[in-house]
Ligand binder design. Structure first.
Ligand SMILES: [Zn+2]
Length: 267
């Protein structure tokens, strides 16, 4: 996977996402030169701004061999689902409409652009901006990564789920937070896995919530994830997009009805 955030060499708890860097001025970014590194292997990192041919801004680093944040990492490629669960590609199934809000820090800069699978153009601020469209391609792994480091607020993307349009951070919840008020709510839920037992993925830190894999997809779920799943299930992170139901015992289930709506990986 690409590096979604960097840390300071002299303060490993100071994390900066690509979104934060995009919003900085050139001068602001300059102050980070030589001071940032890869969060996993601590290799020297840098920032590459959006290129004129539309490649999105990104971080790069001199990764140590085998660092899983290195894009050339072989085990990464083997996992194979790294970037397949791309939300944008699934806008129809998610009922999600991606669009960018005007960034307050971007005054005088016409960065208001939005994309949608229906090509919504009834907003006069609409700007068909290819660079921004590429940037709107968020994977579930991205969402999980930002949730993990508590930086979802930096992702200024609005999405529509169930007729409600809100900032993405308002549709992402830690499974520990689930209570009665979440019943029937479709959203992204993330947490730490404990075990996989038939149709249920049980989670750590909470006895109250499990992921329920519906029987219609249990075969495709196994085909696609089983090998990887048993390697990573213990104390690793997962994110699902699903609806919360109350189980008979008063506990909660997040219903997973599509193999594309789950992503899990090492912590
Ligand atoms: Zn690295």
């Amino acid at each position: 996977m690409s590096m979604e955030y960097v840390i300071l060499k002299n303060d490993k708890n100071a994390k900066y996402t690509i979104h934060e860097f995009n919003k900085m001025t050139e001068v602001g970014r300059e102050t980070f030169k030589g001071r940032i590194c890869c969060p996993k292997c601590h290799g020297d990192a840098g920032y590459r701004k959006t290129s004129t041919d539309g490649k999105v801004a990104c971080f790069f680093a001199k990764h140590v061999d085998g660092c899983r944040w290195s894009t050339s990492n072989k085990s990464d490629a083997k996992e194979g689902i790294e970037d397949t669960n791309i939300i944008e590609a699934d806008t129809s199934t998610f009922g999600v409409r991606w669009n960018y809000r005007t960034l307050k820090s971007d005054e005088g800069n016409s960065t208001y652009g939005k994309t949608g699978n229906n090509g919504t153009t009834n907003n006069k601020n609409y700007v068909n901006n290819p660079a921004k469209r590429t940037q709107a391609k968020l994977t579930m792994n991205h969402i999980l990564t930002y949730a993990e480091i508590d930086k979802l607020n930096e992702v200024e993307i609005d999405i529509s789920i169930g007729g409600k349009t809100k900032s993405i951070s308002e549709f992402v919840f830690n499974t520990d937070k689930i209570d009665n008020t979440f019943i029937n709510e479709r959203a992204f839920y993330w947490g730490e896995m404990k075990s996989y037992n038939k149709s249920f993925i049980n989670l750590r830190n909470t006895n109250e919530v499990s992921i329920f894999v519906v029987s219609e997809i249990s075969q495709s779920f196994d085909d696609r994830y089983k090998d990887k799943f048993f390697k990573v299930q213990k104390s690793n992170l997962m994110i699902v997009f699903g609806k919360v139901m109350e189980a008979r015992n008063g506990k909660f289930l997040i219903v997973l009805d599509d193999v594309n709506k789950i992503y899990f990986r090492e912590k």
